[in-house]
Design a protein around this ligand. Structure first.
Ligand code: ADP
Ligand code: GLC
Length: 488
């Protein structure tokens, strides 16, 4: 039995901006099921209701920069489990709307202090609980400094047997701040330590983690290879090549109690399965109605649910004047339903396109219910990602027999098999180059397949629904990584 502290900025159902939140929760639950003592620590953001949480009697004193900050500790559980979730409650740092910023495309100015508090707080919390983990599992840049603190400071104290694992869910977000902000992590930095946290003249949270974690993982084998190359490395490729013996890609699973067409309450009473798929048509009809599209069973319906950021290929899809979406919707007998939020230019452009195109429905915002409906009711799901560490939406799509159309990168390449026109094999449609003309061509291919080779589509659907990306095997791989870290 291992003691594992998951350190994170997001977990469902408490705070979520993307797949990180789903993954931390599902992994923690699976590790618990396998018999381990897993606990989660995250900030108590303002929207997290304290009334259902237990408040610990003593407050934590956490050194930050030149002074001590006092935080209350609240405790809850991951739903339906005994996995404790501890929350650091600090009015000045977390008592405001938003997780990383007031808007999705914006970051708070004091994020270096906010998340240094989380990393330092992790060690103080363990002291308070008299619980010293074998593994601190830090997720993404907000938690990465904990690996640094363990190596440079805390490892000499009660944490001498603790090891750290850093999981990179997205190398594109590194937590880059002014060098002066490094005082929050360590008030007096000598030259050696400075070189561990500094990149390009700035304080880089993720670099600090990459340099000091005992083991590093990322969320698919292909992404683990890609990030060692300059095109995908966001400046960290050299360091990742340097650490490659400690770097491993482990594919995410999905939670089939939530994303399952047989039991999904959001599509009830039209639930369906691989062997009884007839009701998928009814969900499609319902989706078309809710999206304000014509209820046409024979028109292929393509869904998108995404953060509207450059990573997701939004420029090639809908940049004013050059994106492929306008021509695709104008030229083909096709429908699109898009749900997303993010960069303002893109939100505006999508709204403007949908006012011109009757076969394009756009909803700006975050809507879990509608996301389920899109996954279940669409015929295809488009993810033209520039890069994709794993991607969960294509896994959800496969589960609902909604065939993914994806760029061959990262986790998309590892989880979707390309349609083979000769054998009829595959579970989706893949393409390589991210260009508007390539997007146009791949959608043309999809529409032609729909119109001329429906038996192939139906066979692919069934194959897709029978694929399983369960957490159990991925959790076993994490356990192997923990064991290797403990031998370090
Ligand atoms: P990323 O983490 O890069 O955003 P993933 O595919 O791993 O990409 O995970 C995205 C998660 O966020 C999925 O669970 C998806 O359903 C959800 N999601 C993204 N945007 C929205 C939205 N606008 N409304 C509802 N859910 C969303
Ligand atoms: C990140 C990645 C996404 C991945 C998710 C969970 O947000 O962009 O590809 O699925 O983390 O690991």
């Amino acid at each position: 039995m291992k003691k594992i502290l998951m350190l994170t900025s997001e977990t469902v159902p408490y705070a979520k901006t993307g797949g990180l939140a789903d993954v931390v929760t599902a992994l923690a639950i699976e590790l618990k099921r396998l018999g381990h003592d897993v606990r989660v620590l995250m900030p108590r953001y303002y929207h997290i209701d304290r009334s259902s949480l237990k408040r610990h009697d003593s407050a934590l004193g956490i050194w930050l920069g030149s002074g001590e900050e006092w935080t209350a500790v609240y405790e809850g559980h991951l739903p339906g489990t005994e996995v404790p979730v501890y929350f650091l409650d600090h009015e000045r740092f977390f008592g405001r709307d938003g997780i990383y910023g007031a808007r999705p495309d914006d970051g708070f100015e004091d994020n270096a202090a906010r998340y240094s508090l989380l990393a330092r707080g992790a060690f103080q919390l363990c002291r308070m609980l008299h619980w010293f983990p074998d593994i601190i599992h830090a997720h993404d840049w907000p938690a990465a400094p904990a690996c640094y603190l363990l190596k440079k400071e805390e490892g000499h104290r009660e944490f001498s047997k603790t090891r750290s694992v850093l999981t990179i869910h997205n190398l594109g977000y590194q937590g880059i701040f002014a060098l002066n902000d490094a005082v929050y992590l360590q008030p007096e930095l000598d030259v050696l330590n400075l070189s561990t946290i500094e990149y390009s003249g700035a304080f880089n949270f993720l670099k600090a983690g990459i340099m000091t974690a005992d083991k590093i993982t990322t969320v698919s084998p292909t992404y683990a290879e890609e990030i060692k190359r300059p095109e995908y490395g966001f400046g960290m490729d050299g360091l990742l090549r340097y650490r490659e013996r400690d770097l491993r890609g482990i594919i995410n699973g999905i939670d089939y109690s939530i994303w399952n067409p047989e039991t999904d309450e959001y599509i009830s009473p039209n639930n369906f399965s691989a062997d009884n798929i007839r009701n998928k048509k009814l969900v499609k009809k319902d989706l078309q109605k809710k999206a304000g599209l014509k209820a046409a069973a024979n028109v292929p319906l393509v869904g998108i649910v995404t953060r509207l950021v450059d990573q997701k290929g939004i420029k090639e899809l809908c940049a004013p004047g050059s994106g492929a979406l306008f021509s695709i919707c104008s030229d083909f007998n096709i429908q699109f339903v898009i749900l997303g939020s993010g960069d303002s230019w893109c939100e505006k452009e999508l709204n403007s396109l949908s006012s011109k195109l009757p076969n394009l429905s756009v909803k700006i915002g975050y809507d879990n219910h509608f996301a389920h409906l899109i996954e279940a009711g669409s015929d295809f799901f488009l993810m033209p990602s520039r890069y994709e560490p794993c991607g969960l939406n294509q896994l959800y799509s496969l589960s609902y027999g909604t065939l993914p159309i994806v760029r061959r990168t990262g986790g998309l390449a590892d989880t979707v098999e390309n349609y083979d026109m000769e054998t009829g094999g595959g579970t989706g449609f893949l393409f390589d180059d991210l260009r508007p003309d390539v997007l146009y061509d791949v959608l043309k291919w999809v529409v032609e397949t729909w119109e001329q080779r429906m038996p192939d589509i139906l066979a692919m659907r069934k194959r897709a629904m029978e694929k399983r990306f369960a957490w159990e095997s991925s959790a076993q791989e994490y356990l192997e990584v923990y064991s290797q870290a403990l031998k370090h």
